[in-house]
Design a protein around this ligand. Structure first.
Ligand SMILES: Cc1ncc(C[n+]2csc(CCOP(=O)(O)OP(=O)(O)O)c2C)c(N)n1
Ligand code: SF4
Ligand SMILES: [Mg+2]
Length: 351
C-alpha cells in the first residue's frame, strides 16, 4: 500500500503528555481519503484519546479489514504495531494476536461493510467471546471503497445518490453487541469529537469487549438528502443519552454538575467514567433497559449516542480460559512445548 509520510517537524512548544510525547507522536501518514470523510475525524479522535491517556505507542496493536475505514490505521499511531488483514477477517486475526500476547492494547478498526456483511460472523464471535479489545466500526451505510453500494446498516427506505431506495431492513450493530454480551458499548458521531474522544478513552481503559459504532458520513457517496447517514441527518436526529469524562484513577473527582445528574462508574484499572446524564432515566449498567431504550428511540427515527452500556466488573477471554500471563514471545522452548509425556497425558485425558 502506498502512503505519504508526514513531516516530523513540530512546534517546540507543543504540549507533551506524561511520557513526554506530543500529539504528533501519535499521528500516522498523510490521509489519502476524500477531503471531509468522517473516517479522518475518527482517526483524529483516536490520536487525541491515546495522547491524553499517555499510552506508549509500542504497546498498541491496530488491526483492520478492507475498506476506506480499514485503510485508516495507516493515518494514525504510526509508531504502533499494525496489521491490515482480509475483508471481514479483522476480528479473528485480532483474537489470535490477543491470545498470543495479552500485554498489548488491541484496537480493531472496521467498516459497516467489513463487519455487518462479510465479517458479521467474525464480529459476533469476537464479541461473545469477550476479547479484550476496542472494536470501532466506522459506519457510513455504504461500501465507500467500492463506490457506494448500500451496506447492511443502511436504513430501509434510505435513498442512494441516484434516488433508489434501500429495500432491506438494517442490521443494528449496537443492538447485536448488547445481545452478544459486549461489556462496553457506545455510539458516536464523527462530527462530534467532544463526545467521541472520551468514548474512545473509556473503551481503551475497559477490560473486555468494547464496541463503538461511530456514524461516519461518506461525503462521496452518502451525504445527500434522503440518506440517513449524512452529516445533516445525523445532526438533526442525534439523541445523546449522556456526556462522558474519563478520569484516570489518580485524579481527584470534581463533580461540577447538579447532584443527581452525574453518575460515576469505576472501571477495573481504577479509571472513572463520569457520566453527565441527559436522559435522566437512562441507566448504562442495565443491559435489558438499554435494549428497550434503543428500540423505542429507533422506532421514532432517533439515533441514540453516548455510552449506552458498561459492565465495570467485566472479565475477558483470558480470564474465561485461564490462560498463561506470559506472552508466547517471552516463553522459553520448554514452556511452549512441555514434551511428549505431557502431550500423551493430555491425549489420554481426551479419549
Ligand atoms: C473478499 C472480498 N470481497 C469483496 C471485496 C471488495 N470490497 C472491498 S472494500 C468493500 C466494502 C467496504 O465497505 P466498508 O467496510 O463499509 O468500508 P468503507 O469503505 O465504507 O469505509 C468491498 C465489498 C474485497 N476486497 N474482498
Ligand atoms: S469514498 Fe466515502 S468512505 Fe471512502 S474516503 Fe471517500 S468519503 Fe470516505
Ligand atoms: Mg462503509
Amino acid at each position: 500500500m502506498t502512503y505519504l509520510p508526514k513531516p516530523k517537524l513540530h512546534h517546540p512548544k507543543l504540549p507533551t503528555n506524561e511520557l513526554g510525547f506530543t500529539r504528533r507522536d501519535y499521528e500516522g501518514s498523510i490521509s489519502t481519503l476524500c477531503a471531509g470523510c468522517g473516517h479522518d475525524s475518527i482517526s483524529a479522535a483516536i490520536v487525541h484519546a491515546c495522547f491524553e491517556l499517555s499510552l506508549p505507542p509500542h504497546r498498541i496493536a491496530k488491526l483492520s479489514g478492507i475498506g476506506c475505514s480499514s485503510k485508516t490505521p495507516t493515518y494514525f499511531l504510526g509508531n504502533s504495531h499494525g496489521f491490515n488483514s482480509v475483508h471481514g477477517r479483522m476480528p479473528s486475526v485480532l483474537t489470535g494476536a490477543n491470545l498470543a500476547n495479552r500485554d498489548l492494547i488491541y484496537l480493531g478498526v472496521s467498516g459497516d461493510g467489513d463487519s455487518a456483511s462479510i465479517g458479521l460472523g467474525q464480529f459476533a464471535h469476537s464479541i461473545r467471546r469477550g476479547v479484550n479489545m476496542v472494536y470501532i466500526v466506522e459506519n457510513n451505510g455504504v461500501y465507500g471503497l467500492t463506490k457506494g453500494q448500500f451496506s447492511a446498516t443502511a436504513d430501509k427506505g434510505a435513498r442512494n445518490k441516484r434516488g433508489l431506495a434501500n429495500l432491506d431492513e438494517p442490521i443494528d450493530l449496537i443492538g447485536m453487541a448488547l445481545q452478544l454480551g459486549a461489556t462496553y458499548i457506545g455510539r458516536g458521531f464523527s462530527g462530534d469529537k467532544a463526545q467521541l474522544v472520551p468514548l474512545i478513552k473509556g473503551a481503551l481503559t475497559h477490560k473486555g469487549a468494547a464496541f463503538i459504532d461511530c456514524i461516519s458520513p461518506c461525503v462521496a457517496f452518502n451525504n445527500h438528502v434522503g440518506s440517513t447517514k449524512s452529516f445533516d441527518y445525523v445532526r438533526e436526529h442525534n439523541a445523546a443519552v449522556n456526556f462522558l469524562d474519563v478520569i484516570e484513577g489518580r485524579d481527584e473527582i470534581v463533580v461540577d454538575h447538579a447532584p443527581g445528574t452525574v453518575e460515576v462508574v469505576r472501571q477495573h484499572d481504577g479509571s472513572l467514567l463520569k457520566l453527565r446524564k441527559i436522559a435522566r432515566d437512562y441507566d448504562p449498567t442495565d443491559r435489558i433497559a438499554a435494549m428497550n431504550f434503543l428500540q423505542q428511540h429507533q422506532a421514532r427515527g432517533e439515533i441514540v449516542t453516548g455510552l449506552l452500556y458498561v459492565d465495570p466488573d467485566a472479565d475477558d477471554l483470558h480470564g474465561y480460559l485461564d490462560t498463561a500471563e506470559k506472552p508466547f514471545n517471552q516463553m522459553t522452548d520448554a514452556e511452549l512445548c512441555p514434551g511428549t509425556t505431557a502431550l500423551e497425558k493430555l491425549n489420554a485425558a481426551l479419549r
